[in-house]
Design a protein around this ligand. Sequence first.
Ligand code: MD3
Ligand code: FE
Length: 202
Amino acid sequence: KHEVLDAGAMVLRGHAAPQAQGMLAGIKQIARLSPFRRMTVAGGGSMSVAMTCCGAAGWCSDALGHRYETRDPMTGQPWPVLPPAWREWAIAAARLAGHDGFVPDTCLINGYRPGARMGLHQDDDEQADAPVVSISFGLPAIFQWGGLQRADPVRRIALLHGDVVVWGGPSRHVFHGIAPLRAGQHPVTGPCRYNLTFRRVW
Ligand code: MD3
Ligand code: FE
Protein backbone atom coordinates (compact mmCIF):
# COMPACT_ATOMS: atom_id res chain seq x y z
CA LYS A 1 0.00 0.00 0.00
CA HIS A 2 2.94 2.33 0.62
CA GLU A 3 4.92 2.63 -2.53
CA VAL A 4 8.30 4.37 -2.69
CA LEU A 5 8.41 6.59 -5.77
CA ASP A 6 11.96 7.84 -5.34
CA ALA A 7 14.43 8.83 -2.64
CA GLY A 8 12.24 10.52 -0.02
CA ALA A 9 8.98 10.29 -1.99
CA MET A 10 6.27 7.91 -0.81
CA VAL A 11 2.77 7.48 -2.22
CA LEU A 12 -0.09 6.23 -0.05
CA ARG A 13 -2.64 5.29 -2.72
CA GLY A 14 -6.18 6.20 -1.75
CA HIS A 15 -5.17 6.88 1.84
CA ALA A 16 -7.23 10.08 2.09
CA ALA A 17 -10.33 8.77 0.31
CA PRO A 18 -12.22 8.32 3.63
CA GLN A 19 -11.50 12.00 4.44
CA ALA A 20 -12.88 13.35 1.17
CA GLN A 21 -16.37 14.44 2.26
CA GLY A 22 -15.14 16.05 5.46
CA MET A 23 -12.18 17.82 3.90
CA LEU A 24 -14.24 19.07 0.96
CA ALA A 25 -16.76 20.53 3.41
CA GLY A 26 -13.82 22.19 5.18
CA ILE A 27 -12.56 23.60 1.88
CA LYS A 28 -16.00 25.19 1.31
CA GLN A 29 -15.87 26.86 4.73
CA ILE A 30 -12.34 28.13 4.11
CA ALA A 31 -13.30 29.44 0.67
CA ARG A 32 -16.18 31.42 2.20
CA LEU A 33 -13.60 33.36 4.24
CA SER A 34 -10.74 33.41 1.70
CA PRO A 35 -12.16 32.73 -1.77
CA PHE A 36 -10.38 30.77 -4.47
CA ARG A 37 -8.58 33.16 -6.79
CA ARG A 38 -6.28 32.89 -9.78
CA MET A 39 -3.08 34.54 -8.68
CA THR A 40 -0.95 36.78 -10.83
CA VAL A 41 2.63 35.74 -11.48
CA ALA A 42 5.76 37.80 -12.04
CA GLY A 43 5.47 39.23 -15.53
CA GLY A 44 1.74 39.79 -15.17
CA GLY A 45 0.14 36.54 -16.36
CA SER A 46 -2.40 34.72 -14.25
CA MET A 47 -2.34 31.11 -13.15
CA SER A 48 -5.00 28.72 -14.48
CA VAL A 49 -5.22 27.01 -11.08
CA ALA A 50 -7.38 28.75 -8.45
CA MET A 51 -5.90 28.88 -4.95
CA THR A 52 -6.69 29.60 -1.38
CA CYS A 53 -4.86 28.88 1.87
CA CYS A 54 -5.35 28.32 5.56
CA GLY A 55 -2.95 28.44 8.48
CA ALA A 56 -0.44 30.91 9.86
CA ALA A 57 0.95 31.61 6.41
CA GLY A 58 -0.58 31.68 2.95
CA TRP A 59 1.22 31.38 -0.36
CA CYS A 60 0.76 34.55 -2.41
CA SER A 61 1.85 35.61 -5.84
CA ASP A 62 1.53 38.92 -7.64
CA ALA A 63 3.31 40.81 -10.40
CA LEU A 64 6.25 41.38 -8.02
CA GLY A 65 6.83 37.71 -7.22
CA HIS A 66 5.75 35.09 -4.70
CA ARG A 67 6.05 34.79 -0.93
CA TYR A 68 4.15 33.69 2.15
CA GLU A 69 1.93 36.24 3.86
CA THR A 70 0.23 36.14 7.26
CA ARG A 71 -2.86 37.86 5.80
CA ASP A 72 -4.94 37.21 2.74
CA PRO A 73 -4.23 40.20 0.46
CA MET A 74 -7.72 39.83 -1.03
CA THR A 75 -9.52 40.33 2.30
CA GLY A 76 -6.90 42.02 4.47
CA GLN A 77 -7.72 39.43 7.15
CA PRO A 78 -5.56 36.64 8.54
CA TRP A 79 -5.92 33.40 6.59
CA PRO A 80 -8.56 30.99 7.89
CA VAL A 81 -7.38 28.70 10.66
CA LEU A 82 -5.74 25.41 9.65
CA PRO A 83 -8.33 22.94 11.00
CA PRO A 84 -6.72 21.08 13.93
CA ALA A 85 -8.04 17.77 12.58
CA TRP A 86 -6.28 18.43 9.25
CA ARG A 87 -3.04 19.19 11.03
CA GLU A 88 -3.26 15.96 13.05
CA TRP A 89 -4.11 14.01 9.91
CA ALA A 90 -1.11 15.44 8.02
CA ILE A 91 1.21 14.72 10.98
CA ALA A 92 0.07 11.09 10.94
CA ALA A 93 0.45 10.76 7.16
CA ALA A 94 4.00 12.16 7.34
CA ARG A 95 4.79 9.72 10.15
CA LEU A 96 3.56 6.80 8.00
CA ALA A 97 6.03 7.93 5.34
CA GLY A 98 8.88 8.08 7.84
CA HIS A 99 8.81 11.80 8.63
CA ASP A 100 8.29 11.82 12.37
CA GLY A 101 7.95 15.25 13.92
CA PHE A 102 6.55 17.09 10.89
CA VAL A 103 4.10 19.76 12.06
CA PRO A 104 2.60 21.81 9.20
CA ASP A 105 1.73 25.47 9.72
CA THR A 106 -0.04 25.99 6.40
CA CYS A 107 -2.18 24.24 3.82
CA LEU A 108 -2.29 25.50 0.24
CA ILE A 109 -5.48 24.47 -1.56
CA ASN A 110 -5.43 24.29 -5.36
CA GLY A 111 -8.65 24.07 -7.39
CA TYR A 112 -8.45 22.73 -10.96
CA ARG A 113 -11.10 22.99 -13.65
CA PRO A 114 -10.70 21.31 -17.04
CA GLY A 115 -7.70 22.79 -18.85
CA ALA A 116 -6.07 24.11 -15.67
CA ARG A 117 -2.42 23.19 -15.35
CA MET A 118 0.64 23.91 -13.29
CA GLY A 119 3.92 24.41 -15.12
CA LEU A 120 7.15 22.77 -13.99
CA HIS A 121 8.42 24.46 -10.83
CA GLN A 122 10.28 23.87 -7.58
CA ASP A 123 8.77 24.68 -4.19
CA ASP A 124 11.41 26.60 -2.28
CA ASP A 125 9.46 29.19 -0.27
CA GLU A 126 9.18 26.87 2.76
CA GLN A 127 11.45 25.21 5.32
CA ALA A 128 13.65 23.00 3.15
CA ASP A 129 14.14 20.29 5.77
CA ALA A 130 10.40 19.72 6.25
CA PRO A 131 8.48 17.42 3.89
CA VAL A 132 5.35 18.35 1.94
CA VAL A 133 2.24 16.20 2.33
CA SER A 134 -0.07 16.39 -0.71
CA ILE A 135 -3.61 15.07 -1.09
CA SER A 136 -5.55 14.81 -4.35
CA PHE A 137 -9.35 14.75 -4.56
CA GLY A 138 -11.66 14.45 -7.53
CA LEU A 139 -10.73 14.18 -11.18
CA PRO A 140 -7.49 12.36 -12.00
CA ALA A 141 -4.42 14.38 -12.90
CA ILE A 142 -1.17 13.60 -14.61
CA PHE A 143 1.65 14.61 -12.30
CA GLN A 144 4.87 15.51 -14.08
CA TRP A 145 7.89 14.64 -12.07
CA GLY A 146 11.30 15.78 -13.18
CA GLY A 147 14.68 16.02 -11.50
CA LEU A 148 16.75 18.63 -9.71
CA GLN A 149 17.46 20.44 -13.00
CA ARG A 150 14.70 21.92 -15.12
CA ALA A 151 15.99 20.09 -18.21
CA ASP A 152 15.99 16.65 -16.53
CA PRO A 153 13.63 14.05 -18.06
CA VAL A 154 10.07 14.09 -16.72
CA ARG A 155 8.11 11.03 -15.60
CA ARG A 156 4.33 11.03 -15.68
CA ILE A 157 2.34 9.59 -12.78
CA ALA A 158 -1.44 9.56 -12.34
CA LEU A 159 -2.70 11.13 -9.11
CA LEU A 160 -6.18 9.85 -8.28
CA HIS A 161 -8.90 10.64 -5.77
CA GLY A 162 -7.59 10.10 -2.24
CA ASP A 163 -3.95 9.66 -3.20
CA VAL A 164 -1.47 11.05 -0.70
CA VAL A 165 2.15 11.76 -1.54
CA VAL A 166 4.78 12.69 1.00
CA TRP A 167 7.77 14.49 -0.49
CA GLY A 168 10.86 14.70 1.65
CA GLY A 169 14.61 14.42 1.38
CA PRO A 170 16.01 14.90 -2.13
CA SER A 171 12.54 14.65 -3.72
CA ARG A 172 11.53 17.86 -1.92
CA HIS A 173 13.42 19.90 -4.52
CA VAL A 174 12.52 18.22 -7.77
CA PHE A 175 10.87 20.13 -10.60
CA HIS A 176 7.23 19.08 -10.87
CA GLY A 177 3.95 20.12 -12.48
CA ILE A 178 0.44 19.07 -13.45
CA ALA A 179 -0.60 18.48 -17.09
CA PRO A 180 -3.77 20.26 -18.28
CA LEU A 181 -6.74 18.68 -16.48
CA ARG A 182 -8.94 16.53 -18.67
CA ALA A 183 -12.65 17.28 -18.48
CA GLY A 184 -14.77 14.76 -16.63
CA GLN A 185 -17.22 14.20 -13.82
CA HIS A 186 -16.21 12.83 -10.45
CA PRO A 187 -18.90 11.52 -8.07
CA VAL A 188 -17.51 13.54 -5.14
CA THR A 189 -16.16 16.74 -6.75
CA GLY A 190 -18.06 16.98 -10.06
CA PRO A 191 -15.97 18.70 -12.74
CA CYS A 192 -13.09 19.61 -10.40
CA ARG A 193 -9.86 18.44 -8.91
CA TYR A 194 -8.55 19.68 -5.57
CA ASN A 195 -5.03 19.38 -4.25
CA LEU A 196 -4.10 20.16 -0.66
CA THR A 197 -0.46 20.58 0.34
CA PHE A 198 0.59 20.74 3.97
CA ARG A 199 3.85 22.59 4.53
CA ARG A 200 6.08 24.13 7.17
CA VAL A 201 6.85 27.77 6.42
CA TRP A 202 7.94 29.17 9.83
C1 MD3 B 1 7.11 17.72 -4.92
N1 MD3 B 1 0.75 21.20 -6.53
O1 MD3 B 1 1.00 23.31 -4.94
S1 MD3 B 1 0.83 18.06 -5.75
C2 MD3 B 1 2.03 22.93 -5.54
O2 MD3 B 1 -1.47 18.87 -7.79
C3 MD3 B 1 1.94 21.78 -6.45
O3 MD3 B 1 -1.71 20.95 -7.35
C4 MD3 B 1 0.48 20.15 -7.50
O4 MD3 B 1 2.89 21.45 -7.08
C5 MD3 B 1 -1.00 19.96 -7.54
O5 MD3 B 1 3.14 23.43 -5.37
C6 MD3 B 1 1.22 18.90 -7.26
C7 MD3 B 1 2.31 17.17 -5.51
C8 MD3 B 1 3.46 17.97 -4.97
C9 MD3 B 1 3.26 19.09 -4.19
C10 MD3 B 1 4.34 19.76 -3.66
C11 MD3 B 1 5.64 19.31 -3.90
C12 MD3 B 1 4.72 17.54 -5.22
C13 MD3 B 1 5.82 18.18 -4.69
C14 MD3 B 1 6.75 19.96 -3.35
C15 MD3 B 1 8.01 19.47 -3.58
C16 MD3 B 1 8.20 18.36 -4.36
FE1 FE C 1 4.67 22.44 -6.25
